[in-house]
Each structure stands twice: as C-alpha cells, then as structure tokens.
Design a binder for this molecule. Sequence first.
Ligand code: ADP
Length: 357
Amino acid sequence: MAELSLQHLDKIYDNKVQAVFDFNMDVKDGELIVLVGPSGCGKSTTLRMVAGLEDISRGKLLLDGRDITKKPAKDRDMAMVFQNYALYGHMTIYENMAFSLTLRKEDKNVIHKKVMAAAEILDLTSQLNKKPSQLSGGQRQRVAMGRSIVRSPKVFLFDEPLSNLDAKLRGATRREILLLHKRLKATMLYVTHDQTEALTLADRIVCMSMGHVQQIGTPMELYDRPVNQFVAGFIGLPPMNFFDVRVQDGTLRGNGFEVPMTEEDKAILAGYEGAEIVLGVRPEDMEEGGDLPIEVFSNENLGMNTLIHGHVGNHVSITSKLRGWKDYRDGDIVRVRLNRKHFFDKQTTDAIHGEGV
Ligand code: ADP
C-alpha cells in the first residue's frame, strides 16, 4: 500500500523565489500521476519535495497516513529515476542494479533473486555482464528503472526519464513504463514537460503553470473540459486555436469573420450577450463542408491527416487538422465546420461551461 497526501505544499528557495504555491493532492495507492507543464513551472521542485531532496517550506506530506514531511530522503521508501540515468560506468549492469541492496548488506541470495527478477521484467537478462557504455540509451534507462525496482520502494518517482532519448525510443520506453506500472501496480509520480507523455501515461494529470496547479484530472477531463485557457492551450497537439470574439445576436463575431452559435452555445453563453470572450477550437475539431472560410498558406501532409495553416477574417491565424490527404495550394479557400467549441472568459481566462450545461 502506498497512498500519498500532499497537503498545501509551498516551496520558497533561499533566494526567496517561490517555486510552488499551495500544492494540494491525494494520490491513491497504485496511481500513476503525471505532473506536466512548461519548463520552470515547479514540477521538479514538487517531485523533489516528495523525495525529500528539497525541504518543504510549508505544508505537510503524508505517506499511508504517516507524516513524513521532515523525514530524510533515505528513510522515505521511495526510489527516483533521473533523466541522466546516473549509472556507475565502472560497474556491470548486474552490479549497478544490485548496488543499493549491496550497500544495505542484504543477503547475496536475496540480492541475486531480486536483480534477476527485475532484469526479467525489463528484458535485461542478457545484458547483465555488460558495462553501461555498451548499452543503448533506452537500455540504460531500463537499468535505471531496474535499480529502483530491486528496492521494492513504496513510491516510484520519475524526473523527465525520457528526455535524453530520441523520438522513436521515447515511444518504446514510454510503453515499457506503462507495462511496468501495470505489472508492479505501484504508486508513481512522473514529471514531464511533454503533453503527449502526460496524455498517454497518466491515470491522472496535474497541469501546472508558474508554481500553481491549474487542473487535476484524467487525461480525458483535461483534454475535453480544460478549466482555463492555459490548460486548453497546453494539452493537445497542435495546440487549440484561440479567437477573440463578441457574443451578439446568436453569432460569435470575430475580426472579419463570424461563427453561428448552436442552441447549446447559446445556453452556455446566456449571460455573455454583448461581451467579448475567447473562442477555442482544436485543429482536429474542424472538418470541410462548413461556412467558415480559411485562406490557406501551408498544407502539411501527415499521412492520415493534413495540417492546414491559414487565416480567417482579417488575417487571424488558424490551424486545422483535416482527415485524409489534401493538396491545397497557397491562397486556396477551405470552408470548415466547427464540430466542438470551447469558451473562455476574457478577463479571468477561466472556461465558461454555463449554468447546469
Ligand atoms: P520545472 O521542473 O517545472 O522545470 P523547477 O521546479 O525546476 O521547474 O523550477 C521552478 C522554479 O524554481 C524556477 O523558477 C526555477 O528557476 C526555480 N528554482 C529551481 N531550483 C532552484 C534553486 N535550487 N534555487 C532557487 N530557485 C530554484
């Protein structure tokens, strides 16, 4: 069992920089939580406070109900996997994986059993006599994970573990982490700046910006019902399009373009007649055959889909992801329909969901 409770955590560094504000969350046993956000938003600081590598300035940290706020890192029963692997170059893979247990003076037979079991899970059995330099980046990352597994920690912490790998290996290693999570059923906290990793790995995502938690929820919740413009723009690739529009007489009036409102839109925006709001539309939520004319300036074929970059109205940028292989030329007009719209309050940037809608 490993339940974590992060209660109102603040981190203020010695130079008075506050890196984390009021981080508040309960992590269930066996959950894989991904902390995501742009560089500098406080993800690693949060992870390091959980690991005990940084002091907690204010707030409490509980593990299975016990207060561990002030416990030294080595007594927390957690294992951290770093992006640079931190393997010992002069030791074999076996020795690297056994190292923490050897330090603890565990029985040799017990160590052997644990190392062999971890190597089996990670498909490293044939590599155990090699040195780290003889392994690929992906294999080294697996050794780093193996070193954690042998300790059977209560909680696994991952700090951008895939960022040193090339795109293809990242995909493969991501799937291995997911498999590992399924097999071990362990509680995991995982930090990344990559929204794809967050969407594909997480049971729940914590999206952060400038030290503040913006939203906590399942990948589907963050994608489908982002609480504000920041989350809407960060989750999803290519990012959501945003347009300044005025709500007027059943129409959203932008700069030189208009979008008709559906009955549902009208219900959601009931209190906004005459107001300026932000309309958000994901590139993939558009299809050909509507009334909104896009003037194309680039056409990128991705195989199953085509990315169209262009303008609507008075030179307002728009990106659209259309199904199929398209061959639009510069200056062509594509008329699209918007299948799903998101609305944001212009002042607060909060999503507008409407009363009871
Ligand atoms: P992330 O992991 O999201 O990229 P970090 O948690 O590393 O962000 O950093 C959050 C903020 O805290 C940044 O503004 C960073 O400059 C600052 N910071 C990180 N470590 C220290 C430190 N040791 N001393 C002072 N400020 C720090």
